[in-house]
Design a protein. Structure first.
Ligand code: PBG
Length: 326
């Protein structure tokens, strides 16, 4: 075995998995205000529209093909039904228009979910007694949001809410509004995960001190067969790409999904995975760059065609082009 590991040249020859900038999607946050740091995500900012456009320029220059833009909404604009989602002055639409005007070739992905806009932080509309997220009412709101995002110029809309039937409904709404060319990237297999904590800080979707319980719609971390069923339904309903989220703790799920569908598979290395590596590196307990790169390679090896990761730009910038020697 060791002959095939004897030098970097031999190792490069027999290497089975490679990461390239075009595999990576950069999630970015935007708000109506000056740029500010997100405490639990070192190096990540809530951008102004201007600094967001600048950051997109750096991503494009590094070879990144797609960014995912998430809004942080002023708490004063939130309500129980998330009505600001489809308001013309939602900062998300200004952001998408500005990025597409500056970099028409850079793909812009937007989340289709109500959690940035609801005062309770759930991804949908609550029942009168507040104990349940209503499915079909939420799906109708998501249709309107997706059409509005496509109208602002989003190339890919990404339902991340985990309501039933939303992929088919969003596809029909997009087609009816003339957005036949807008892709749907479904957060098909999204777990009720504790690893989303820092993201909820970043977009301010934490309603109170208690963790938000999304187990009534997001998947149980104990399940993997169910992932294949989620993917089959979304495929039938017209998803163009399916996603598994989180990524690192769910490599077996990525593999299972890869084997269950011929669609492209995305994986989302979430905020908590990013924060973990930063925290351990800060304490001097892990080597930052090597851990970061290994975490991404493992996700690709498991079967992901593309990876949403907060490390995207810095990894792409450090990427050695074919022909370079090391
Ligand atoms: C919202 C959404 C979440 C993430 C992406 N879209 C959080 C949640 O469902 O609570 C998580 C991303 C991350 O943790 O990096 N629908």
């Amino acid at each position: 075995m060791r002959r095939n590991r004897s030098s970097e040249a031999v190792r490069a020859l027999v290497r089975e998995t490679r990461l390239a900038p075009e595999d990576l999607i950069q999630p970015l946050f935007v708000h109506a205000g000056e740029p500010e740091e997100v405490a639990s995500m070192p190096g990540v900012r809530r951008h102004s529209v201007t600094s967001l456009v600048e950051e997109c320029g750096r991503c494009a220059a590094a070879g990144i093909r797609a960014v995912a833009v998430f809004p942080k909404i002023d708490p004063a604009r939130k309500d129980a039904v998330g009505s600001h989602a489809v308001a013309d002055d939602n900062v998300l639409y200004a952001a998408v228009r500005a990025v597409k005007a500056a970099f028409p070739g850079l793909l812009v992905i937007t989340d289709v979910a109500l959690d940035p806009y609801t005062d309770h932080g759930h991804d949908g509309l609550l029942s009168a007694d507040g104990t349940e997220v209503r499915n079909d009412e939420t799906v109708a709101a998501l249709q309107a949001l997706a059409v509005k995002e496509a109208g602002a110029g989003a190339d890919i809309v990404a339902p991340s809410d985990m309501m039933d039937g939303r992929i088919g409904a969003v596809r029909a709404a997009l087609d009816a509004a003339g957005f036949e060319r807008t892709l749907i990237l479904s957060y098909a297999v999204k777990y009720a995960s504790a690893f989303y904590g820092p993201f909820r800080d970043a977009v301010g979707s934490k309603a109170g001190a208690a963790p938000l319980d999304k187990r009534g719609y997001q998947m149980d971390p104990a399940n993997v067969r169910e992932a294949a069923l989620e993917v089959a339904l979304d495929e039938e309903e017209g998803a163009d790409i399916v996603m598994v989220k989180p990524a690192g703790p769910y490599l077996d799920v990525i593999r299972a999904v890869r084997e269950a569908t011929t669609l492209p598979v995305a994986a989302y290395q979430v905020s908590g995975e990013y924060a973990q590596i930063h925290a351990a590196a800060r304490l001097g307990w892990l080597d930052y760059e090597r851990t970061r790169d290994e975490s991404l390679l493992a996700i690709k090896r498991a079967g992901a065609d593309m990876i949403f990761t907060y490390f995207a730009r810095e990894v792409a910038e450090g990427w050695k082009r074919p022909g370079s020697h090391s």
